[in-house]
Ligand binder design. Structure first.
Ligand code: HAM
Length: 424
């Protein structure tokens, strides 16, 4: 064990894990471009005030979890705990609202929260997120949710579920809060210190309390949706209607308020049954007041972010991941004389865009096959003296151990069609 280890709550992303990260990042980028989103990168630290104002000073993030420090110029700075407030800051700073009616942005990078580390929860973690700024229409909420679902389908993540709610707007929020207070007030003395402190100023926060005792007092809560104003009710009904129309399964969860103060109307989460206690993979919602709160013109917006570490955890549970998304071709020349021609074939396959391992240090077929198994190869190409004599390659499918002799000059075509076969 080395003397130095990564700080608590952080971890190295080793070469073994890296294919998962590349796969998630590249799939996200391609998918976001289908929806015409553009990438934006903002600094890893910002002025502390941005988060205090943007996320809300009575949230767990701002009260307990920020990495805040003063620099040598005595500026109060914070390592970003999330991406939305920085994106909105950049949107206002660069006057993006005057360039186009709707700005569709995505980002990817490290975030920092001083939380108690456990499986799937880190102090430095990574998010991929999207923010669509400029449209108040419910189709926009539905499109953002549908894009998240599309992305996770594309990544092949299974066992996911979508939960959705509305937390109202400045018109109906006071009504929602008053009704909640009437209910919660009956048991206030049994709730934790945080809930008691938040009771007057932010009663909605109490629904998000992780304390197990507090949770027991939340059964029978009045349904937020009964207190929504007409506009918010309509908005919500349109969003769920659009999702129904696309055939996206979801559940309405009237207690889904989320841990950040900026949300208005739609909130949603996508969870996975494979993540255990930290089961939220993705969270988001509409935040129509944030741009003006941070000094910009009134601009409605909606977005989401998901944790890459949590997506990697799900992929790692899926044993067929390597075979499915990253097929490896193992090329086995049997004997030194066959190396040059094997190398030519390897070059052709790599130029066609496939991952190939050329193993030249083994001369026996048995050891080649053992090594190919270890590397999880989908195909093994055997090229020995017998094959060379008839100018063919023996192509072996590792999944069912079947094999076929293919003329050398047709090998590339054959291999590509095998690798492209989705039913594999
Ligand atoms: P959030 O729910 O705080 O939302 O975080 C989004 C996702 O980041 C979570 O669902 C989870 O996968 C991941 N995550 C959060 N904290 C940790 C952690 N300590 N360790 C590992 N993963 C974590 C936001 O951050 C909002 N900015 C999302 C948003 C964008 N809303 C509108 N636009």
């Amino acid at each position: 064990m080395s003397k130095y280890t990564a700080p608590r709550g952080t971890k190295d992303i080793t070469p073994d894990d890296m294919p998962f990260w590349h796969y998630i990042e590249s799939t996200s980028r391609s998918l976001f471009s289908l929806y015409n989103y553009q990438e934006i990168r903002t600094p890893v630290f910002e002025h502390t005030e941005l988060f205090e104002r943007g996320i809300g000073d009575s949230t767990d993030i701002v009260e307990k979890e920020m990495y805040t420090f003063s620099d040598k110029g005595d500026r109060r700075l914070t390592l970003r705990p999330e991406g939305t407030a920085p994106i909105v800051r950049a949107y206002v700073q660069h006057g993006m609202h005057s360039k186009s009616k709707v700005s569709k942005l995505y980002y990817c990078g490290p975030m920092f929260r001083y939380e108690r580390p456990q499986a799937g929860r880190y102090r430095q973690f990574h998010q991929i997120g999207v923010e669509s700024l400029g449209s108040a229409l419910p189709i926009c909420d539905a499109e953002v949710i549908a894009m998240g679902v599309h992305l996770f389908d594309e990544l092949g993540l299974s066992g996911l579920s979508v939960a959705i709610n509305s937390v109202g707007c400045p018109v109906c929020r006071p009504v929602i809060e008053e009704r909640l207070k009437q209910f919660i007030g009956l048991n206030l003395e049994h709730l934790c210190g945080d809930c008691n402190r938040r009771f007057d100023s932010r009663p909605l926060r109490i629904l998000d309390c992780k304390n197990s005792t507090c949770k027991t007092y939340m059964t029978g809560l009045p349904d937020i949706r009964d207190s929504l104003c007409h506009e918010c009710k309509d908005h919500f009904n349109y969003v769920v209607g659009y999702l129904d129309n696309l055939g996206i399964p979801f559940q309405i969860n009237p207690q889904l308020v989320r841990g950040l103060d900026y949300y208005t109307r739609t909130t949603f989460e996508i969870g996975s049954d494979q993540l255990g206690a930290q089961n939220a993979l993705c969270g988001g919602g509409r935040y129509d007041g944030l741009v003006s709160q941070l000094g910009g013109p009134a601009t409605p917006a909606v977005g989401f972010a998901f944790g890459i570490e949590r997506a990697v955890m799900i992929l790692q549970e899926m044993s067929d991941y390597h075979q499915r998304v990253n097929p490896l071709v193992y090329v086995a020349p049997v004997g030194f004389d066959q190396v040059a021609k094997s190398f030519l074939l390897v070059d052709r396959i790599r130029r066609a865009g496939y991952r190939v391992e050329l193993e030249t240090s083994k001369n026996e077929l048995k050891t080649h096959l053992k090594q190919a198994d270890k590397l999880n190869a989908r195909l093994v190409l055997i090229y020995g003296e017998d094959e060379a004599n008839v100018d063919k390659v023996l192509v072996r499918r590792m999944a069912d151990r079947t094999q076929e002799l293919i003329p050398f000059d047709h090998a590339l075509e054959y291999i590509v069609s095998e690798l492209e076969d989705d039913t594999f």
